[in-house]
Design a binder for this molecule. Structure first.
Ligand code: ZN
Length: 458
């Protein structure tokens, strides 16, 4: 195991490597940000969630962050705990060399850019402020004042996580000096329906028991799923399969990897994080190949698989094992976040979605249009991985609601542009794809008892 970097230069060279693969300028490294939590939001779960997530995301690329709080406020989940101390500890774990401070909102000095949760801060230059707001499934982004949000189910804080992604994503664009036309659009994003709308979003399930989950790959997206699942209060069990260990290069986009988890396996770090959640988490420090060689298919009895490893052959190998419901999301160097869902008998499969792993002669005999997926590479922006995690978590919740699946099986979020258009479609299997041979008889044999069987197309 390598040792932790002892100098800022050494640390940032590793930490920012993956971010630098996505951008053409290093201007983001020099900017100072402030996050303001207005008093009207300070005591709310949505307000505190937005603060915790935004501060976490900022600390993974911004080296100078000031957190401005109205006064010492208690975290509802920590009893008498100090929210400022909690936020600061989380940021210092993500970046031990960062200049992070918590100040009183009245004494906060002017910063280069400001992320505002709730009202306008006492001192903020116009044109440098971004407002975020949240309620239930809804995430708001605006530039002049916070958006008014309808009341929603108090247990649902997923909109708050999405709002933090939107806000920090926009701050990152401003820090890069990107053209205003590429700025994120204002408005209310409904995470339940994956569209810009503040009208009727989906409800919240009476039980958040998602059943038995298999997570394959606990890297940036997998750890973000764990982070969001804990926020959502998901129950059930989750086995976390990954043999890789945590490196500084992972810190830029995972919300839970940091100094204290450096060198641990990703599986054990994610399981440890979930120790404080309502999910029973078990780390499995193996690769997929080792896991399947040790176990027979009939002994792999999970209700839902999360295929989050990005090696192509893993996805292909997983599909060959006749998976039940699968939910995933992936990120790329081009700022895109892809969301995918695969309900057997209804949707396309992993082989359809990631055709790059299929040999050329297999594709040649297909007359269907071959979709070139936004293939995942090992680089992404901080907000992109957490956004991928929230998309997966949202679909796990949707699966507990009536009329699943409520949204198409594919969605593409292009974070490079204003996010005005969210490409959504229902992908179908290619003629001759392996999944078409995995018909009802196969699924009855392997997946008949799984929790989401009733949503299957046969
Ligand atoms: Zn297929």
């Amino acid at each position: 195991m390598s040792t932790f970097p002892s100098t800022p230069e050494e640390f940032y060279a590793l930490r920012d490597d993956r971010t630098n693969r996505c951008v053409t300028s290093s201007d983001y490294q020099r900017i100072g940000c402030a996050v303001y939590l207005a008093s009207n939001q300070a005591a709310t779960a949505d307000g505190q969630t937005m603060l915790l997530v935004a501060a976490n995301l900022l600390s993974r690329w911004c080296r100078r962050v000031t957190i401005a709080l109205p006064s010492t406020v208690a975290h509802p989940e920590l009893g008498s705990g100090d929210l400022g101390r909690l936020v600061l500890a989380q940021m210092q774990d993500a970046d031990p060399f960062g200049e992070f401070q918590v100040v009183d909102i009245e004494s906060a000095a002017l910063s280069d850019v400001a992320l505002c949760i709730g009202g306008r801060p006492p001192r903020a230059a116009s044109g440098t402020t971004v407002f975020i707001s949240a309620s239930g499934w809804l995430a708001g982004l605006s530039y002049q004042q916070p958006l008014a949000m309808p009341m929603s189910h108090p247990a649902n804080r997923l909109g708050a996580v999405a709002a933090a992604c939107l806000g920090v994503g926009q701050i990152f664009k401003m820090a890069l000096g990107m053209h205003a036309e590429l700025g994120l659009r204002e408005g209310t994003f409904d995470l339940s329906r994956l569209e810009w709308s503040n009208e009727l979003s989906l409800g919240w399930p009476t039980s958040t028991d998602v059943g038995k989950v298999l997570m394959v790959g606990a890297g940036s997206v997998g750890s973000a799923v764990a982070y969001c699942a804990r926020v959502a209060g998901l129950r059930g069990s989750i086995d976390i399969l990954d043999r890789d260990t945590i490196k500084v290069e992972n810190f830029n986009r995972s919300p839970i990897f940091g100094h204290t988890t450096f060198g641990l396996t990703k599986a054990s770090a994610v399981a440890r994080f979930l120790g404080e959640s309502k999910l029973w988490a078990t780390p499995i420090e193996e690769w997929w190949k080792e896991f399947t060689e040790r176990k027979g298919r009939l002994s792999i009895d999970y209700d839902v698989w999360l295929p989050l490893a990005n090696e192509f052959n893993v996805r292909h190998a997983m599909q060959q094992w006749v998976p039940p419901l699968m939910i995933h999301a992936s990120t790329g160097v081009n700022w895109g976040v892809n969301h995918g869902r695969h309900v057997p008998g209804r949707d396309d499969c992993l082989v359809d979605r990631f055709p790059a792993e299929v040999s050329a002669d297999q594709l040649a005999c297909s007359t269907a249009q071959v979709s070139i997926a936004n293939v995942s590479v090992d680089a992404a922006l901080p907000f992109a991985s957490v956004f991928a995690g929230i998309l997966i978590t949202a679909d796990l919740v949707r699966a507990l609601l009536p009329d699943y699946p409520q949204v198409p099986n594919f969605a593409l979020f292009d974070w490079y542009g204003p996010l005005d258009v969210i490409l959504k479609s229902n992908r179908q299997p290619r003629p001759g794809c392996v999944c078409l041979d995995q018909g009802q008889a196969f699924h009855d044999r392997f997946n008949a008892a799984t929790k989401y069987r009733s949503s299957f197309g046969f």
